[in-house]
Design a protein around this ligand. Structure first.
Ligand code: NAD
Length: 463
């Protein structure tokens, strides 16, 4: 074992250690400890050093295989043209085609996309699905675009990257700011620019499609379902059964709202929720289903307590909910806090504020290394993102398999297979934690790296 003293105790690199691994010098990495890509590679290398991953595998995984950046003009509704920037990063395809979401957000940057692509390689390997890692996005604010502008941005971006994606090469999916409709436009654009002979197969170029055009039942809720599956598998061992558990959720989009609804259906009480528009608290439990409908209609949580429609029982769904500040949200006492918004939101300050026993990372990289260290000091367990939120890509894999073999699975089959994959990944992580006496995050990376390393060992490196 070549692990550092700090790693063997905590599994979290100290700020001054981020970027110190010799691989960073060898590859000429920038040393900024706040850079998400540097942090993510640092976490991966920490785990790789615990199990003595081959040097050649470490350097391959420390950089993406391909980084594509495109600029493309789009006609806006008022007739003027605007230039957009888009990215597709293909991190690794040793296990299978590149796979990962597309994000439409004003803060999309190359290094963040690279970090998210690396996380996809780790996630697919941990869950043992035959995909590599990729990620992409367009720097734009989808909320500020009309539907027809959003469609033109999507189609023009697809045309710009069409030669670099494909059903057996690189398969995008939804992420922040994109959804099944966006996937439908991508599939249609890709299909229209493919030879007619391969047209049907072209639909496999994206997953997360609407069910009508080959999407899988259970895909929309899959990431939230996977979070719930992992929690149900791991938390009772910590004396935290889902029944009666108190939860708060940061981010109430696809992942956060589905996790909240599914966990409430399983007997948990969701007492707090916050998104970019505001926060809410209700100690007797928010109506998670009504809140999801409200957010889909109004674009966010704000106003739910006053404007939510009536439930079947005739009561206003937002009754009992109180608007709260950001500080009040983080300080709301719960058993489990679920970050399901963006990266790096849980920094030192928020980690000190949290009053919970467990953080279940539904978002990618929601906690900074400094925040992580504080949670560790405070004895708060963290269920790592590459395990917790792998449900989305797992059902994406099921969608791809269904499309490839021209069959449709019923929702029960999708849910059962998802649960099986998530529980196996959770057990793999727990086994690595026991075997290497490390934290869950390092353990999840170890379980992922063991598989990808074996694949490199048997495949060798060409030539
Ligand atoms: P989404 O766009 O549906 O929702 C994002 C949510 O984050 C929204 O509720 C938004 O209001 C909230 N948010 C944004 N900025 C915020 C801020 N400053 N403060 C508070 N809330 C804020 O996105 P999503 O698909 O639910 O993705 C959420 C996270 O889960 C991301 O990290 C994404 O990469 C990850 N993820 C998504 C999937 C998937 O299948 N969609 C799969 C795996 C991981």
């Amino acid at each position: 074992m070549t692990t550092t003293a700090t790693e063997s105790v905590t599994g979290i690199p100290a700020a001054e250690q981020i970027g110190r691994d010799p691989v960073f010098d060898e590859l000429g990495f920038p040393k900024d400890p706040n850079n998400l890509f540097t942090q993510t590679v640092g976490t991966m290398l920490e785990a790789a050093n615990v199990i003595d991953v081959m040097h050649r595998v470490k350097i391959i995984l420390a950089q993406p295989k391909n980084e594509l950046m495109v600029h493309f003009p789009v006609r806006m509704d008022d007739g003027h043209h605007k230039l957009f920037k888009g990215y597709r990063v293909q991190h690794n395809n040793a296990l299978g085609p590149y796979k990962g979401g597309l994000r439409f957000h004003p803060d999309v940057h190359l290094d963040d996309v690279k970090a998210l692509a690396l996380l996809m390689t780790m996630k697919c390997s941990l869950v043992r699905i035959p995909f590599g890692g990729g990620k992409g996005g367009v720097k734009c604010d989808p909320r500020a675009l009309s539907v027809s502008e959003l469609e033109r941005v999507t189609r023009r971006f697809t045309a710009a990257i069409a030669n670099d994606i494909g059903p057996d090469y690189d398969i995008p999916a939804p992420d922040v700011g994109t959804n099944a409709q966006v996937m439908a436009w991508i599939a249609d654009t890709f299909q229209m620019s493919s030879s007619e002979r391969h047209a049907t197969d072209g639909m496999r170029v994206v997953t997360g499609k609407p069910v009508e055009i080959g999407g899988s039942l259970g895909r929309e809720k899959a990431t939230g379902q996977g979070v719930a599956d992992v929690m149900a598998e791991m938390l009772p061992q910590l004396g935290l059964p889902i029944e009666g558990m108190r939860i708060s959720v940061l981010g109430y989009g696809n992942v956060g709202s589905w996790a909240a609804r599914i966990l409430q259906n399983m007997g948990a009480t969701v007492v707090g929720a916050m998104d970019h528009t505001g926060g809410l608290r209700n100690d007797t439990g928010l109506d998670t289903h009504a809140l999801a409908e409200y957010c889909a209609r109004h674009g966010g949580i704000a106003g739910f307590e006053k404007q939510a429609p009536k439930t079947e029982s005739g009561q206003q769904a937002g009754r009992g909910a109180t608007p709260i500040s950001e500080d009040e949200f983080y300080e709301t006492p719960v058993d489990v806090f679920i970050p399901a918004a963006l990266e790096q939101m849980i920094q030192e300050k928020q980690s000190r504020q949290l009053k919970c026993r467990v953080v279940a990372e539904a978002a990618n990289a929601p906690i900074t290394p400094a925040g992580d260290r504080i949670l560790l000091e405070r004895g708060i367990e963290v269920l790592p993102a590459i395990l917790c939120n792998a449900g989305g890509v797992t059902v994406s894999y099921f969608e791809w398999v269904q499309n490839k073999s021209c069959v449709s699975w019923d929702e029960e089959t999708v849910d059962r297979e998802l649960n099986r994959h998530m529980c196996m990944a959770a057990r793999r992580t727990l086994l690595a934690k026991q075997q290497y006496e490390c934290g869950l995050r390092t353990a999840a990376y170890i379980a992922a790296l063991e598989h990808v390393s074996k694949v490199y060992k048997v495949r060798g490196i060409f030539p």
